[in-house]
Design a binder for this molecule. Structure first.
Ligand code: ZN
Length: 260
């Protein structure tokens, strides 16, 4: 999180990644003084392909004026992604408002995702809805996310399965086997410190293999449904941010390769 977009692309390239997810705010920062052609040039030189723009946060339960801003942001990222031939934009659910039931969350999430699906159906980009395993998040398990995405029933809407959120939110291992593999757009592989699930924060993430998440079991379950999509790593750990980006990318790649 200390490196900028250019450094991220270079680090990914040097560590041998095929793909990169762009942190959305780094993209906007880079584009304040560069063009999308410049980004294409960096990717071409690095021989790295774009995977996703990550992310637009809190897309549900917005007041009308907030919703307009959110839709404008999604449009902006979707257009950037399309120009870069970047297949996905990641979308994140909102905190659960007080007194809101699971049924309300389902209804709201399906409605908003359908609206996004319709609004941007001409854009050659798909939208990956990522549940967060935090207690405050309205969509916190794989089961819940899949139920929503299945009901949305559009080819441009799917999910992100992040092992950190899968574990923290208490998703059931068996639930992976009930998921349609076509709806898993992106797999985030991360580990976590050994702490009670409800206390886990992003800063407790660890390189795969260093923590307590049953990654082998999760990977095996994904393989059993035939998932062969991208595997990505997200290290929201401040301790790692102090290291050179190249070193974090390299360690991440070595860690991932033990599991896939
Ligand atoms: Zn993630």
């Amino acid at each position: 999180m200390r490196a900028d977009l250019r450094e991220d692309i270079r680090a990914a390239s040097e560590a041998g990644y095929d793909l990169i997810e762009f942190w959305a705010k780094k993209m906007i920062a880079y584009l304040s003084s560069h063009t999308l052609e410049d980004v294409k040039g960096l990717l071409k030189k690095a021989k790295v392909k774009p995977l996703a723009i990550n992310s637009v946060e809190f897309i549900t339960f917005n007041a009308s004026w907030e919703k307009i801003n959110t839709m404008n942001l999604i449009r902006r990222y979707a257009k950037i992604a399309e120009t870069l031939k970047c297949p996905y934009v990641v979308l994140v659910p909102s905190p659960r408002p007080q007194g809101v039931s699971n049924q309300d969350v389902f209804t709201e999430s399906v409605a908003v995702l359908r609206e996004i699906s319709d609004k941007f159906k001409e854009v050659k980009v798909k939208f990956a809805f990522e549940f967060l395993g935090f207690e405050w998040c309205s969509v916190s398990t794989l089961e819940q996310d899949f139920e929503i995405v299945k009901a949305v029933n559009r080819s441009n809407v799917g999910m992100v399965l992040d092992t950190f959120h899968f574990y923290a939110g208490g998703s059931k291992m068996d639930s992976i086997k009930t998921v349609d593999k076509e709806k898993v757009f992106i797999f985030h592989i991360n580990d976590a410190e050994n702490r009670p699930r409800d206390q886990l924060q992003d800063s407790h993430r660890l390189f795969p293999g260093q923590g307590i998440i049953p990654l082998r079991e999760i990977v095996a379950a994904l393989k059993s449904i035939g998932y062969d999509g991208p595997v990505s790593i997200e290290m929201f750990r401040p301790e790692y941010w102090r290291l050179p980006a190249e070193e974090v990318a390299q360690k991440g790649m070595e860690a991932i390769q033990k599991f896939v």
